[in-house]
Design a protein around this ligand. Sequence first.
Ligand code: ZN
Length: 155
Amino acid sequence: MERVSVDDPDRRMGPAAEKRPLSGALGTTELAVNYYELAPGDTFGFGYHRHPDQEELFYVLEGVATFETEDGDVDVAAGEAVRFGPGEWQLGHNEGEDRVVALAVGAPRDASETEMLRPCPDCGGRTEQAVGMTDDREALVTTCLDCGAETGRFT
Ligand SMILES: [Zn+2]
């Protein structure tokens, strides 16, 4: 048995006001578990993405998360959960005025290569992109795989 507070793990850099991985502190073997808080305008992920072999569930504790999905936008309110199967495209946003608090659970814990799309101003439209860390490890940057442009910087 392991117990953890969401305040224990360090925040991860990214597009969410708070992303705190609970998996490490809990020593999970099969599950990826992340606590999120999204300020208005924040997103869970870096872009519209899919995990080829990972199933993912989001349980919303506060606010309303709006997920872009293959079936259109889906609002998921506090007390509701949404599940994406392996290979399903999705990105959750906070389009409201209140903070979104949610717990995300994925399995298997270590997802293989994620495909991710973001708008690239240079290419026009959304392109496939990768996330990398700056040399000084102070930020994560998203880069267009077509033209190499940096499209986002997250601390
Ligand atoms: Zn580009």
